[in-house]
Design a protein. Structure first.
Length: 70
């Protein structure tokens, strides 16, 4: 049975977590370096959002699967 999680050693520390900046419309560009599952998270996009006087977090994650071209 194949494993669902692969372990990959990053070639250097700067590849372990990357910060991507978006423009005012939320548009960003990222070059996928290899096949696999990639997740992009927008965290804390509305820090002033609250509900019933309690601070809320408006976060989002989008996942994509990149496959090797043949």
């Amino acid at each position: 049975m194949p494993t669902l999680v692969e372990t990959v050693t990053a070639p250097q520390d700067s590849f372990a977590v990357q910060t991507i900046f978006a423009d005012d419309n939320g548009v960003f560009t990222f070059g996928i370096p290899r096949a696999g599952w990639w997740g992009f998270a927008a965290l804390g996009v509305a820090p002033d959002y609250s509900h019933k006087e309690k601070e809320c977090s408006l976060d989002a994650v989008i996942w994509l699967q990149a496959k090797d071209m043949k």
